[in-house]
Each structure stands twice: as structure tokens, then as C-alpha cells.
Design a protein around this ligand. Structure first.
Ligand SMILES: NC(=O)c1ccc[n+]([C@@H]2O[C@H](COP(=O)([O-])OP(=O)(O)OC[C@H]3O[C@@H](n4cnc5c(N)ncnc54)[C@H](OP(=O)(O)O)[C@@H]3O)[C@@H](O)[C@H]2O)c1
Length: 280
């Protein structure tokens, strides 16, 4: 039986994929920070007779310590992980800068750092699987945002949108660096942009943006059920390259700043240093 680990597996796209793989007969470990959402997922799993293959793992992925504990928990629960899907996200487009107890800016910590730690940290248990795949769900192919090399934590000039966009670009580079660093790996790393999907994401936005986003979702967005189909297809039949990026079903050329290997390795080293110095 294959094992699928999904961060943000209790809501939106992650939950859609969790239910998809439960219906396919897989074992699914869904990670989220809210126990009620985990319980709701398990209740849905019970309605499709899959509760014995579903697990909720509570973790606040803004914390590197909690993310590392999660890795230990996954490793002790599973001898191999076939698929790791990284969906956990909480947009903070407005408001003032918040910093985690470990000293990381919120978007950097949740949307990028947790994905870095999980991608590299679960490598051994994933190498034990037959056809391991990591899917990092974000916005590859969108030419917005950049890495603020001299101020990664945006301590000097913070903006919520700036931080969110930086985390997206950092995830593009994470995939490039993963493939460059682990040259002998069997893991296929996919950066995936699902396009606009009608999830509960706008619920966490401030007004009037919440209403505007909900209205545009109602008109323009794809349903979760539709959006997970091409994701599952890629997860089940990943491309041959160690890293590939997709926008829906379209494979993106790995050109330009977003996928620059030197920048990717630079960010990789900087991230390793940050982790070493702040979470020792
Ligand atoms: N929806 C779109 O239109 C769209 C478009 C492009 C890209 N994407 C990307 O797709 C991914 C999934 O988006 P979505 O719209 O499905 O999101 P969503 O419906 O808002 O779900 C977010 C998930 O992340 C979890 N999460 C949030 N903060 C967390 C924390 N601190 N620790 C652990 N888990 C946490 C949430 O669980 P809790 O609430 O329990 O913490 C929830 O399960 C994101 O990476 C997003 O950037 C989405």
C-alpha cells in the first residue's frame, strides 16, 4: 500500500488530494494545525470506509522544531513514503510583520522553510519507496516577486505581499536546488501551480479583499475536485527529470531567474546557515 503525506491535507487542495488517495486505497497522513479540521477529514474518511488508512498529524509548520518533530513522527509511523505533497499555506498579505519564536518572518517560515525542512528531511524515508515524488504546490510560472538576498527576513522593509511572493519564488528555487544537490536521488520533485482554485483560502483574508476574492473565485476558479485530477496524474506518473515545473498540465521551461541554478544553490546554502544558527 502506498503512503501519501500531505501538508495542508485538511483543507482545500490538500484535502481534495487526501480524499482522492484514500479512495484509491492509499494510506494518507494529513498535516494541519487545527484539530477540528483533522477530525472533519477523518469523519469524511469514515464515510468512504477509509478511516483505518487515514491519519491526522497536528503540527504548526511555522515552527522548525515542530516540523522536525513531524519528520520524526512520520519516520516512526512509516517505513517508506511514496508521495509528499506540500500545500500548507496561510497568506498574510496585509498587516504588520510577525516573527516566529525561532526568529523567522511568518511567510518565510511557513510557506518556504517548512517545505525546505520536509523536502530534505524526509528524503531517506522517501528513497525507500518505489517511485517517490515530492509536489511543492505554489505558483511557478508567475513572474511576480523576488528573493530579497540582503534581507531574507524582510526586517528592514516588510510588506505582506512582498513576503508572500518571495516565498513563492523561494519554492521555485527549492525544487531546482533539491535536484542539483541530490544528483543520485530517485525522488522526482515537481513545482506545481494549480491556477485559481475555489478553496477556503479567502476566508483568512481581510475585508474587502475577502469578498472580492470570493466573488472572483465563484466566477473564475476551478473546483477542488477538478483541480486535483491533473495533480494526481502527475503524482502517479511523474516526469523523468529530477525537477520539473508545471502550470496545470503545461510543463514550464526551466528558464529565467525563477529557475536559475546559481541562485537556487545560493538560497540553499543561506537556508542551511539560517537553520543551523537559529534552531540549534
Ligand atoms: N487556491 C488557489 O487558488 C491557489 C492558487 C495557486 C497556488 N495555490 C497554492 O496551493 C496550496 C494550497 O492552497 P489552498 O488554497 O488549498 O489552501 P487552503 O484551502 O487555505 O488550505 C491551507 C492548508 O494549510 C494548513 N495550514 C495553514 N497554516 C498552517 C500551519 N501553520 N501549520 C500547518 N498547517 C497549516 C491549513 O490547515 P489549518 O488551518 O488547520 O492550519 C490547511 O489545511 C498553497 O500552497 C497555495 O499557495 C493555491
Amino acid at each position: 500500500m502506498q503512503t501519501v503525506v500531505i501538508t495542508g491535507g485538511t483543507d482545500g487542495l490538500g484535502k481534495g488530494l487526501a480524499l482522492h488517495y484514500l479512495r484509491q486505497g492509499a494510506r494518507v497522513l494529513a498535516v494541519g494545525s487545527t484539530p477540528a479540521k483533522g477530525e472533519a477529514l477523518l469523519a469524511e474518511a469514515a464515510t468512504i470506509s477509509a478511516v483505518d488508512r487515514a491519519a491526522f498529524m497536528q503540527a504548526d509548520l511555522t515552527s522548525v522544531t515542530a516540523t522536525k518533530e513531524l519528520i520524526t513522527g512520520i519516520e516512526s509511523a512509516c517505513s517508506s513514503v511514496d508521495k509528499l505533497v506540500l500545500c500548507a499555506q496561510r497568506y498574510r498579505l496585509f498587516g504588520s510583520r510577525t516573527v516566529t519564536d525561532e526568529g523567522f518572518e511568518h511567510s518565510f517560515a511557513l510557506a518556504y522553510l517548512s517545505r525546505f525542512v520536509l523536502s530534505h528531511g524526509l528524503r531517506n524515508v522517501m528513497e525507500a519507496a518505489r517511485r517517490p515524488v515530492i509536489m511543492n504546490v505554489g505558483t511557478p510560472g508567475i513572474p511576480l516577486g523576488r528573493i530579497h538576498w540582503d534581507d531574507l527576513q524582510l526586517a528592514r522593509r516588510y510588506g505582506g505581499t512582498k513576503a508572500t511572493l518571495q516565498s513563492f519564488r523561494a519554492n521555485d528555487l527549492l525544487g531546482v536546488a533539491f535536484a542539483a544537490v541530490h544528483t543520485g536521488t530517485r525522488i522526482r520533485y515537481i513545482g506545481y501551480n494549480p491556477g485559481m482554485v475555489a478553496t477556503g483560502m479567502p476566508d483568512h483574508l481581510p475585508q474587502p479583499l475577502r469578498t472580492v476574492t470570493k466573488v472572483s473565485f465563484a466566477v473564475l476558479a476551478t473546483s477542488v475536485a477538478k483541480a486535483v485530477a491533473p495533480m494526481a496524474q502527475l503524482l502517479d506518473g511523474p516526469p523523468g527529470e529530477r525537477f520539473a515545473a508545471y502550470r496545470n498540465t503545461r510543463q514550464l521551461p526551466l528558464k529565467g531567474k525563477a529557475f536559475d541554478q546559481r541562485s537556487a544553490l545560493r538560497l540553499h546554502r543561506l537556508t542551511q546557515d539560517l537553520l543551523h544558527h537559529r534552531t540549534m
